[in-house]
Design a protein around this ligand. Structure first.
Ligand code: ATP
Ligand code: MG
Length: 427
């Protein structure tokens, strides 16, 4: 036998036993964004490398070391998208969706980052995200947070995640803070690791994000970002907090929350869970009022978030919160040649009569015992049994596989109403 080819490290298959939960998650997401009047945008998976360099920032983890970048046959530098915001803004600018308009958009799909694979961290992973444009006030910040809170509720996760918020202020106030932070870090340079020392000169706010306990220990006495933000950003933040409280959303102000991407200003937020170890952030977002202009459009306020679907699914699996219905309602068991020929058409007419009914037709012959084993394995609630005799009389045998009810026989005409009644909760 020749050697089997394996999937790329950190890139997962979604197997049939997992895809039901994924579909359930995706359907809830689609229903939820619809209920807020958001529209879907789909962008290519590959973009010009410059797009991500210019938006996410040259000295961020993503651009420095996580991107899948390659030259295509024309010699252009292309990158598999590591996130969705940059592409959304690029498409919005390119198609004139952003200037002088309001947009509420969402997307869902695979993203790529070359990270060390571990639980909740993969090289191909999936994000659902929302991006809104043209709305400067904290009202829309609250709306996108409410949308996420509604999702937690649908998923049964409301008491498993908590919200952290902060304000990064304006780029001017952040520059002032940066100087103060660097001055403080310089005094403690001996306790910084190499990464933090490097960041001190390239992207000092990211030091606040360090996972190193020694660096962490320095931070309680470091200057506080919220003491430096400008008056307008302060008002924006105060109103955001007030509106969140009015809406009954609990939150914690975390003045060290900075986020790893350069384009954020003012509001930033994360939804975090304690149930996934180090990979606890399931959703992260914020305001990025400068990005549209930075990518060549007219200045346009914007706010959005991205949710990591693998972490969400892991959380749902570990808590065993979701009970999915079986994939099949009715199993059609066919005994003998004539029944087989008849069965395929009968299954079609049932699907016509009861849209939403999930019928699996037995294929491959075999005796009743073997077919009933298959019927049981399919998860169906009902098996319909058809042999030569049933075809002659235009009837079917009805066996209840999950209930203690006697087997019956009904005419073909009565079958749709019998199935409709028995399976009404699914149809
Ligand atoms: P982290 O600090 O965990 O690396 P991040 O700040 O890089 O996260 P974002 O770029 O804000 O993450 O992406 C938003 C969300 O996407 C994260 O909160 C997480 O749920 C998910 N995510 C990010 N990177 C990965 C990955 N490599 N594998 C799985 N999910 C990821
Ligand atoms: Mg990361």
């Amino acid at each position: 036998m020749s050697k089997q080819i394996q999937a790329i490290r950190g890139m997962n298959d979604c197997l049939p036993e997992q895809s039901g939960l994924w579909q359930w998650v995706e359907q809830n997401i689609r229903d939820t964004v619809k209920s807020y009047g958001y529209q879907e945008i789909r962008t290519p998976i590959v973009e010009s490398t410059d797009l991500f360099k210019r938006s996410i920032g040259e000295v961020t983890d993503i651009v420095e070391k996580e991107m899948y970048t390659f030259e295509d046959r024309n010699g252009d530098s292309l990158t598999l998208r590591p996130e969705g915001t940059a592409s959304t803004v690029r498409a919005g600018n390119e198609h004139g969706l952003l200037y002088n308009q309001q947009q509420r958009l969402w997307y869902m799909g695979p993203m790529f980052r070359h990270e060390r694979p571990q639980k909740g961290r993969y090289r191909q992973f999936h994000q659902f995200g929302v991006e809104t444009f043209g709305l400067p006030g904290p009202d829309i910040d609250v709306e996108v947070i409410l949308l996420t809170a509604r999702l937690w509720q649908k998923f049964g996760l409301s008491d498993k995640v908590h919200l952290e918020i902060n304000s990064l202020g304006s780029s001017e106030s952040r520059a002032e803070y940066r100087d103060a932070l660097v001055a403080y870090l310089k005094q403690h340079e001996d306790k910084l690791d190499e990464d933090s020392k490097r960041r001190m000169s390239t992207n000092p706010l990211r030091v606040l994000d360090s996972k190193n306990p020694e660096v962490q220990a320095l931070l309680p006495d470091a200057p506080d970002l919220l003491d430096y933000i400008d008056d307008e950003s302060r008002q924006h933040f105060d109103l955001l907090c007030e509106r969140l409280a009015q809406a009954g959303i609990q939150y914690r102000v975390n003045s060290r929350l900075v986020r790893g991407l350069d384009y954020y200003n003012r509001t930033v937020f994360e939804w975090v869970t304690d149930a996934l170890g180090a990979q606890g952030t399931v959703c992260a977002g914020g305001r990025y009022d400068g990005l549209v202009e930075q990518l060549g459009g007219k200045a346009t306020p914007a706010v959005g978030f991205a949710m990591g679907l693998e972490r969400l699914v892991l959380l749902l699996e570990s808590l065993q919160l979701v009970e999915l219905p079986a994939e099949v309602d009715v199993y059609l068991s066919l005994l003998g040649d004539r029944a087989e020929a008849y069965g395929l058409t009968l299954a079609e007419s049932l699907r016509d009569a009861l849209p939403g009914l999930r019928v699996q037709t037995h294929c491959g012959g075999g005796n009743l015992k073997k077919q009933m084993k298959r019927a049981d394995k399919s998860g169906a609630a009902i098996a319909l049994v058809i042999g030569e005799e049933e075809v002659n009389q235009a009837v079917v045998g009805v066996k209840y596989l999950r209930e203690d009810k006697p087997q019956t026989q009904v005419s073909i005409e009565q079958l749709p109403s019998l199935l409709g009644g028995a399976l009404s909760q699914n149809l």
